[in-house]
Design a binder for this molecule. Structure first.
Ligand code: DC
Length: 226
């Protein structure tokens, strides 16, 4: 048993509700919630800001080494991330940053650097950690492993709704194309491709409400505990 509780690994592609589900589960358990994608986005933001080509292996690796993360737990259980002392907030959510994140995350050495930083945050447990390779690479010894999935079409629907709520006018086909493109890159890269851990519980969220997914995850955790 770890000092602060279990490590709950929650992996899967974008748009499966990992963040909302992970935060709700963490809040319920009094755990912290960490989005590892935010850390890749932070690296991408620095790469973007410094005009580094995302495929420039050594420059991206140096940028990864230079990152200094600090985290402060918020009332909703999430860990607010500061990068070199700065809160980057909405800048990390920009579409361009997400795209660069997907490209820099093919850099195996930079992944190792970020993976070490993730382990520092999670090793004592009491954490729900969301990403692509938490159960396979970051914490292969996580006590509970969940893999959330959903069809690309359903994820595109959800993304369109999200963008519309933010006052934008997205084109469904373009959103779907971008999702499929990123899925392909994330699951075909040589370093830590996106795939469920052998011992992960796979939950297809296409036909489920958020609450049903939260309940299913809590049930898996309860089963581990008992
Ligand atoms: O979850 P997200 O969309 O914020 O992640 C942004 C990108 O970072 C995504 O394209 C894949 C990458 N990523 C990764 O390779 N490994 C992780 N553990 C988390 C994210």
């Amino acid at each position: 048993m770890r000092a602060k509780g279990l490590v709950v690994a929650m992996d899967g592609p974008a748009g499966t509700g990992k963040t909302s589900v992970g935060k709700a589960v963490a809040a319920q358990l009094g755990y912290s919630f960490l989005s590892t994608g935010e850390m890749y986005r932070a690296l991408a933001y620095k790469v973007f800001a410094k005009n580094i080509v995302p495929e420039d292996h050594d420059a991206v690796l140096a940028a990864a080494h230079a990152l200094r993360f600090t985290f402060v737990r918020q009332p909703d259980a999430s860990l607010k991330m500061f990068v070199d002392g700065e809160f980057l907030g909405a800048k990390l959510r920009l579409e361009e940053v997400g795209n660069v994140a997907s490209r820099v995350s093919t850099n195996a050495e930079a992944r190792r650097v970020l993976t070490e930083k993730m382990r520092e945050v999670g090793q004592e447990g009491g954490v729900v950690m969301e990403g692509r390779d938490v159960g396979t690479v970051v914490f292969p010894d996580a006590e509970v492993k969940i893999y959330l999935d959903a069809s690309a079409k359903e994820r595109a629907n959800r993304r369109v709704k999200q963008l519309q709520e933010a006052g934008e006018h997205p084109d469904y086909n373009e959103v779907l194309r971008l999702i499929e493109e990123r899925d392909y890159r994330d699951s075909h890269r040589a370093a830590s491709p996106l795939k469920p851990a052998q011992d992960a519980a796979v939950i297809d969220t296409s036909e489920l409400t958020m609450q049903q997914v939260i309940d299913a995850v809590l049930e898996k955790i309860k089963r581990y505990d008992s």
